[in-house]
Design a protein around this ligand. Structure first.
Ligand code: CA2
Length: 151
């Protein structure tokens, strides 16, 4: 049976492609999901793709992923990237390989976006590739799952 990965999206990412196209592009979260699913298919992985505007819901989903023995996590924590020790704690406790993804290049924007709590629990971080970052993150996570010792 195919291993499952979770691809989780934080607050306001439901607005992708609808508002602020200059910063985030015109593609939607559904487009990002399609790219993530195509990359997962190629790697033989199943995907749970979800979005929530609520920190506790994201944390519950990370716990659910661990309890269900998911093979790994891709997460775009949205604004919680820069604020949430609780999300970091959930990722650390989950003990799952985690790839953090951002649509925009967070280091080229306001200085407060340059710091990520979540990065402390991530194996890798991808930012600035637009929604293509979702495909890159899933492909990278698949490699980590396949060959964790080489990572
Ligand atoms: O670049 C990313 O993917 C971010 O995680 C997006 C977050 C932002 O807080 C992070 O610093 C970087 C915001 C997501 C909000 O997305 C919107 C999309 C369209 C219109 C308004 C917000």
């Amino acid at each position: 049976m195919a291993k499952t990965i979770y691809v989780l999206n934080g607050p306001n990412l439901n607005l992708l492609g609808i508002r602020e196209p200059a910063t985030y592009g015109s593609a939607t979260l559904a487009d990002a999901e399609a790219l993530a699913r195509a990359a997962a298919d190629k790697a033989g992985l199943a995907v749970e793709f979800r979005q929530s505007n609520h920190e506790g819901v994201l944390i519950d989903w990370i716990h659910e992923a661990r309890a269900g023995k998911a093979a790994g996590l891709v997460i775009n924590p949205g604004g919680y990237t820069h604020t949430s020790i609780a999300l970091l704690d959930a990722i650390l406790a989950s003990d799952m390989p985690t790839v953090e993804v951002h649509v925009s290049n967070i280091h080229a924007r306001e200085s407060f976006r340059g710091h990520s709590y979540v990065s402390k629990g991530a194996k890798a971080v991808i930012c600035g590739f637009g929604i293509q970052g979702y495909a890159l993150a899933v492909t990278g996570l698949a490699a980590l799952i396949e060959a964790p010792r080489k990572a």
